[in-house]
Design a protein. Structure first.
Length: 279
């Protein structure tokens, strides 16, 4: 087997865009924005280790923080699209999904002057029909599929043969699915690309998971949100334990851990892995 490759990705959204918190779209404009500060912290860490990644930026954020989008691009990272209003894709009608995605793609292309090729669905909530619409809108890849057996929020693709150990799947000519890695332990499949497991479990154990994953698939994809290295964000105590786990666990140690990860692996952006150019 060839030497594995490692992909770094960021979902650029604010702390209050998380599905785990009891806030709605209408509350967002009145909440304290921390996304620029947190993303700049992330950018500094990546610069320190000379890592370039793919940044899936939420349109709602890009509209308010145009300079942040330009700074991410200026530092050499790939700009990609995380939709506009962070809705779960399977809850939207086809036309709602198309409008939301097109609005975000057009905005990012207007800000950067480049073509946006990559898309990631909010909470990995991808569907078959969304793939068709992404192709219609001119995307070159989606990176939203996490092939776990069960998760209450993740989406699914039923129209395609998905090998759980495939990292990059060509769904159509010129269109790829870049999957989120899963660590298979017996009958359990753990979404290992980032989130609570990365922040909570001992780092050596997280690395054992990565090692095991790249024995079976050619690459490992990591994802993080700027809020995950922000232990000072507002705290909501009244949310169910699963939401608290997903949102708050390990926030204090995540930044140190991220430094270790960036030191230990030579990460690259998705476009480089796919060998496609963002013009
Ligand atoms: Zn998101």
């Amino acid at each position: 087997m060839q030497t594995p490759s490692f992909i770094f990705s960021v979902d650029v959204e604010d702390w209050f865009h998380s599905e785990n918190l009891p806030v709605t779209y209408h509350d967002w404009p009145n909440l304290e924005s921390r996304v620029t500060r947190n993303t700049e912290k992330l950018l500094s860490i990546l610069d320190k280790y000379q890592i370039k990644g793919t940044f899936f930026i939420l349109g709602w954020v890009a509209q308010r923080e145009r300079n942040l989008v330009l700074e991410i691009k200026a530092r050499g990272h790939e700009i990609a699209c995380h939709g506009f209003n962070h809705q779960l894709v399977y809850r939207l009608s086809e036309s709602e999904f198309k409008d939301d995605t097109k609005k975000a793609k057009d905005l990012l292309e207007d800000i950067t002057g480049g073509k946006i090729l990559g898309y990631r669905a909010s909470n990995f909530s991808i569907t078959d029909r969304a793939i068709d619409i992404l192709r219609e809108l001119g995307f070159g890849y989606d990176s939203s599929l996490c092939p776990v057996f069960y998760h209450d929020r993740y989406g699914k693709l039923n129209n395609y043969q998905i090998d759980p150990n495939a990292d990059v799947i060509q769904l159509h000519p010129g269109f790829w699915e870049v999957t989120i890695p899963v660590w298979q332990i017996g009958k359990y499949s753990l979404p290992w690309g980032g989130g609570g497991y990365f922040r909570l479990l001992p780092y050596p154990l997280y690395k054992i998971g990565i090692k095991s994953i790249v024995k079976k698939r050619p690459s490992f994809l990591f994802y993080i949100h700027p809020r995950e290295i922000d232990p000072g964000q507002p705290y909501f105590a009244q949310i169910p334990w699963m939401g608290r786990f997903r949102h708050y666990v390990g926030l204090k140690q995540a930044e140190t851990r991220l430094n270790h990860l960036c030191k230990d692996y030579k990460f690259q952006p998705i476009k480089e892995k796919l060998g496609i150019m963002q013009v």
